[in-house]
Structures are given as structure tokens and as C-alpha cells.
Design a protein around this ligand. Structure first.
Ligand code: PLP
Length: 392
């Protein structure tokens, strides 16, 4: 990352921690003989040991057994495997429940099932982004093959009541998948207390490398693979393991586990400073529940301004922030965020939304500088803006 840019888009991806890079380099440099973890010889056994150490570390982060963790090539793949794999394991059941604010890794998997004849119920959220609990309970049916709700939202940062949702599914005997990609490393996750069937994680949201994910699969949960081949990862995710990436993931989750509380306190103080500074400007409104939100997330609608212009203006001033959804903002073109629409925001409010996400290494000075830049950008853009709000 260039040193002259202040990075405030940690919800999109986090910088690689130096200690993580060190752990990865051991497996990337020519100094170590790199074996295939499935090989029987010593270099293979060494690679296997690395993978298993990382598996134990990921398991510890969510209080699971190492044997319940599978490595994948992304959080997206973990979500796909859970939604499609849980559904495929129960061929007699053809109904799926998701929330209206899921990440595309879940919504598209559900749409894929829909195209093959499944019925999908999308449970709505309130204006604060929190799922309608009774609507969720009513949506569950005897023929529901899988229900999926994210732990925390990638756009607005809202934290869902997953414990209650998991309890409802558990009582009804319905497999429940949780996308914890944004939550992991920011909130304590304990699968011994929350009866989820599967839970998705991604290394690059907690200072690990991009392109490595994991799926927690509770012992006894029935799952069919989506990717088939050499039978790695208990046959549930074939393909030679990304040993260096997995080593990095292991190092990142060890740090996340040990520093969780400290990171949370640090981020919350900065988040609250951004919220109070930014919303003191007229026409700037916080999206999502003010308390039930991730420690690092600020999501704002800025009246009279198009998000893209604001993001580019701030970039020119040396501040990187997100517009719309991290993973989709460059690909969705001019479609308003389904998450904000589900929360009852107008299209204009959705188009004027920016996300500022702080991280463990963000400083108070950077936040102060950002608030100055934000005030300048908003004032200047409003002066020249032709974008008008259609107030309803
Ligand atoms: N789920 C959520 C909530 C996310 O925020 C993301 C990425 O932004 C993903 C899934 C996908 O993870 P990955 O980028 O590892 O595919």
C-alpha cells in the first residue's frame, strides 16, 4: 500500500500484517523444499504439518475442533459450499431461507438453487438493518433444506442476532449457515454456544492473504461437495491446498484471537469519532443500527452527493474509503445497493452512500485528517453538484 494514502476501507480488504507475510514467506521462498500436503515423503509431511497447525488456529478462533474446519480458496467459496452443499445433502427438501441483506456469495448461491427449482424466501430487515426475527421464524418450513444469515453485514456493518436465529433453526432441525467473513476477528465467535451448522471465514478480512477462506462444518452436519477432484479436505473441497496462504491465514487468526479485545476497543473509539464528526455536517446520516454494528464500520448517506464523486475526491486528497458494497462496487455499475433498499432507503440515498472502515493500525491523527478532508470534499462537491435528491 502506498505510504501516502490513508487506508480507511478495511471492510473491503485489510493490509497484510508483516508477521503474516513472514509466516507465508517460509513457504514461498526457494529456501524451503515445497511438498504437496498429500505426499507421504518428508517435504509433503512438512507441508501437511503447516496446514494442520493453521487448521487448529482457525478452529481455536471460533472454539471448534480442528477436524471441523475446511480450507477453501475464498470466503465466497465457503459460502457457496455451505448453501449449495447443505441443500444438496437433503434432496427431498426444496426450500431455502436467506436474509434480504446477504453478501452476493450467499444470494447468488441461493439464486442458483432457485434456477434449479428451489423456492427461496428472503426475510426482510428493519430500517436499522436488523433482520425481522418473527419473519425469519415464520419462513422456516418442514421442507427448508438450509437457512443462511450473515453474522455482520459487509456494507452497513450491522450485527445480526445469530444466536437467536441459530436457536430457531436448531429447534426446527434445519441446517443454519452463517457468513462470518466480516465478523471474524472483530467479534468473539463461539460455535459451542451458537448452534450453527456451518460458518464461513476469509483470511483477507483479518490481515491475512487474499484468496484463502475456511468453512467450519459442525461434526455430523451433512454436506455435499461443490468442487470435486482429488478428495482433499475430507472430500469436501478438492484441490491441492494453498499452503503459503493457509500458513498466512493461521498466523493472522492467531493474532486476531490474541488481540481481539484490544483491536475492538481501538477501532470503536475511532469509529465513534468518525460518526460524530461526519454526522455533525448537515445532511449526513448514519446507516445501520447505531450500536449493533461492527467496531470498525461507519456507513453514511451524504445528501446531494454521488458516492463515486466523493470516493474519488477523497482519494485525490489521500484517503481511501469505500462506496456501496466492497466486493461489488466496481461491478454493479449503477444499480442501487440491495442492502440499503431492503432497509427502506431511497435510490438517491443508496447512491450517496460511502463506507469508512477503520483498522487496527488506523491512528487518531488519520481520523482527524480524514474528517477535515471529508468536510472539504462534501462542501466542494455540494457547490458543484448537479445531483438532486428526490425526497419522498
Ligand atoms: N461475505 C462477506 C460478508 C464479505 O464481506 C465478503 C467479502 O467482501 C465475502 C463473503 C467474500 O469473501 P472473499 O472476498 O474471500 O471471497
Amino acid at each position: 500500500m502506498p505510504n501516502d494514502i490513508v487506508y480507511l476501507d478495511h471492510a473491503a480488504t485489510t493490509p497484510l500484517d508483516d508477521r503474516v507475510l513472514e509466516a507465508m514467506l517460509l513457504h514461498l521462498s526457494g529456501a524451503t523444499l515445497r511438498g504437496n500436503p498429500s505426499s507421504l515423503h518428508a517435504p509433503g509431511a512438512a507441508a501437511r504439518e503447516t496446514v494442520e497447525e493453521a487448521r487448529a488456529a482457525v478452529a481455536r478462533l471460533v472454539n471448534a475442533e480442528p477436524g471441523e474446519v475446511l480450507f477453501t480458496a475464498s470466503g465466497t467459496e465457503a459460502d457457496n459450499l455451505a448453501v449449495m452443499g447443505l441443500a444438496a445433502a437433503q434432496p427431498g427438501k426444496r426450500h431455502v431461507v436467506i436474509s434480504a441483506v446477504e453478501h452476493p456469495a450467499v444470494t447468488k448461491a441461493a439464486e442458483h438453487l432457485e434456477a434449479t427449482g428451489y423456492e427461496v424466501t428472503r426475510v426482510g430487515v428493519g430500517s436499522d438493518g436488523i433482520i425481522d426475527l418473527s419473519g425469519f421464524a415464520e419462513a422456516l418450513r418442514p421442507d427448508t433444506a438450509v437457512a443462511a444469515v450473515m453474522w455482520a453485514n459487509n456494507e452497513v456493518g450491522v450485527v445480526q442476532p445469530v444466536e437467536e436465529l441459530a436457536g430457531l433453526c436448531h429447534e426446527a432441525g434445519i441446517p443454519f449457515h452463517v457468513d462470518a467473513v466480516q465478523a471474524a476477528g472483530r467479534l468473539p465467535i463461539d460455535v459451542s454456544r451458537v448452534p450453527v451448522s456451518t460458518l464461513a471465514l476469509s483470511a483477507h478480512k483479518l490481515y491475512g492473504p487474499q484468496g484463502v477462506g475456511a468453512l467450519y462444518v459442525r461434526e455430523g452436519a451433512e454436506l455435499e461437495p461443490v468442487i470435486v477432484g482429488g478428495g482433499q479436505e475430507k472430500g469436501l473441497r478438492s484441490g491441492t491446498e494453498n499452503v503459503a496462504g493457509i500458513a498466512g491465514f493461521g498466523a493472522a487468526v492467531r493474532l486476531a484471537h490474541d488481540d481481539l479485545e484490544e483491536r475492538r476497543r481501538h477501532e470503536e473509539a475511532l469509529r465513534d469519532a468518525v460518526i460524530s464528526g461526519a454526522t455533525s455536517l448537515p445532511g449526513v446520516r448514519l446507516n445501520g443500527h447505531p450500536q449493533e454494528r461492527l467496531s470498525n464500520n461507519v456507513h453514511l448517506s451524504v445528501e446531494g452527493i454521488e458516492a463515486e464523486s466523493l470516493v474519488l475526491y477523497l482519494d485525490a486528497l489521500g484517503y481511501a474509503v469505500g462506496s456501496g458494497s466492497a466486493c461489488a462496487s466496481s461491478t454493479i455499475g449503477h444499480k442501487a445497493s440491495p442492502v440499503l433498499l431492503a432497509m427502506g432507503r431511497t435510490e438517491n440515498e443508496a447512491f450517496s452512500a460511502v463506507r469508512i472502515s477503520v483498522g487496527k493500525d488506523t491512528s487518531e491523527e488519520e481520523v482527524e485528517g480524514f474528517l477535515h478532508a471529508f468536510t472539504t470534499a462534501v462542501t466542494q462537491l455540494r457547490e458543484v453538484s448537479t445531483f438532486t435528491l428526490a425526497e419522498s
